[in-house]
Ligand binder design. Sequence first.
Ligand SMILES: [Zn+2]
Length: 248
Amino acid sequence: MELFILGVESPYPRRGRATLGYTLMQEGFLLVLETGFGIHRRLAEEGLLDRVEGILLSHLHCDHSADLPAVILGVTVGRGRKEPLPVYLPPGEVARLREWLCACGFAFVLEHTDLRELAYDEPTAIGPFRVTMGRAAHSLPAGIFTFTAAGTKFVYTGDTGDCPPLRAAIPGADLLLAEATPLRPEEAAVKGHLTAPALGEMARAAGVRRLVITHFMPGEEPAALAEKATVAFGAPVTAAEEGLHLVI
Ligand SMILES: [Zn+2]
């Protein structure tokens, strides 16, 4: 499994940067995780638009989804792909996405899209991946995703506070890509996010092999957050950055 980092910022991109977006590849199958602000540009820059086989969104907050219409059109109309592009969403979010596109005069994007809702705790095959979505603790319907393929386990948290589905998903993960939004613990609990120390402790207790943090807010220093997480995790934690390529 190969993870490539397209964007890491939230809730808006700084100059020349993107918000959330990643690609996950296995056996030549490329799945885009999140399409935040700037992710269409990043996919084009990396020469990846021809290779996209599907998109998975953890939830519909704009830092994770704003470029979705652009990516769908860029991959289909822009690159001559005839088949609609599969887009995977948490339960109930297909209706919300349709409303959004129609309200903005972008209903035609739906002709190029195959919208699919995942069900919580029901494993689904997406290309070579077995994907299980847990229910995240966040302010919109949101998923925590476990991907397995060829004996490897990768977990991506999306945005979530501490919750039983998160603790159930991460044990033994070969790599955990998790948000570490630098809020005070009480604020994190209310808003549905994780702090770097809490995440590090949780990952250590769960036997996670490698921890990568993401979802960096304005004014925060990713390296400082990674250091906080490292202390709690007991092993070096990586701060995600654009262009980082990780073999899991
Ligand atoms: Zn977010």
